[in-house]
Design a binder for this molecule. Sequence first.
Ligand SMILES: C[S@@+](CC[C@H](N)C(=O)[O-])C[C@H]1O[C@@H](n2cnc3c(N)ncnc32)[C@H](O)[C@@H]1O
Length: 318
Amino acid sequence: MDNIKSWTAEDEAIIATNMDATECKRCAVELGYWKDDYISYFVRHADRKAPEINRGYYARVKAMEMFIHQFLERCGTKCQIINLGCGYDTLYWRLKDTTQAVGNFIELDFPAVTAKKCHIIKRNKQLLQKISNEDGEVMIRSGDLHSDGYHLLGCDLRCLGEVRRKLAAGGASAALPALLLAECVLVYLRPDAADALLQHLAGAFPRCALLLYEQCNLGDTFGEVMLRNLSARGCVLAGERLRMRPAALVERLRGLGFDAARAWDMQAVWRALPDDDRARVEALEMLDERELLLQLNTHYAFSVATRGDIFADMDLNA
Ligand SMILES: C[S@@+](CC[C@H](N)C(=O)[O-])C[C@H]1O[C@@H](n2cnc3c(N)ncnc32)[C@H](O)[C@@H]1O
């Protein structure tokens, strides 16, 4: 029965956030904020975004990269990455071009998103050749894409049973360290569903690190405007959790079964970026709206929650 689902208008609005994120990333890549040779396969055109949006995306992608690197430094590539609400994220291909390609990479999103991602991968040799075996084979089973070390699986993250089954089908293993990514995803789940998911994952992987990026501090006027704007586009976010400050996020993550957690607003992340990176990015575009960037940065948080001693010291300045 799990496969026979009807998606609501709200689900459709949530699914559409993937295109927004991908277009914003493509725009920033085109302007030279960071390098991504693969994003252009997933979105053909992106209108120019405001400089503060581009900078916000840069800090988000850079923070993810820094912590992915820390994780891989600690456990090596004999590990797994589980990308929750992956959208059109290109991390798998970017890692493949480094010495840090991991043993198993599992991506989960709504079937409507994974089916399109699968179609794009199959149509583009540059993407396909990095996931297929020697004779260029990938396997499509029940609408999901499986290959040696890469699995793209359609799944509703609100249904734990489905998540469990899909992770098993993707070869997730409790014996291997797991990096769990949730980049601007869990906000779209009701708080009890997001908590149940995180609790399950923390319990399932005794050595793991979760990287979580989402809105925070939405209890003020700026935050209320952000919530209203999202709601006008059909995404009614559960405001209460998003009103949390980073310190409260830490408590929440600890309460869900992680041994250690840290969280910062994105202004703290921005300040912690290497000086030369910040200087390079600041020179790319003139920023008129300094106050707006500060407001945006203080309304997004980056959290890291870990289980297992080897990951306990992952930190912004590690
Ligand atoms: C804002 S996009 C972010 C995509 C990607 N993580 C990134 O940062 O580029 C949010 C993604 O979460 C997915 N998502 C939200 N709720 C979901 C759910 N209940 N089950 C599966 N995917 C979900 C959406 O379909 C969308 O692709």
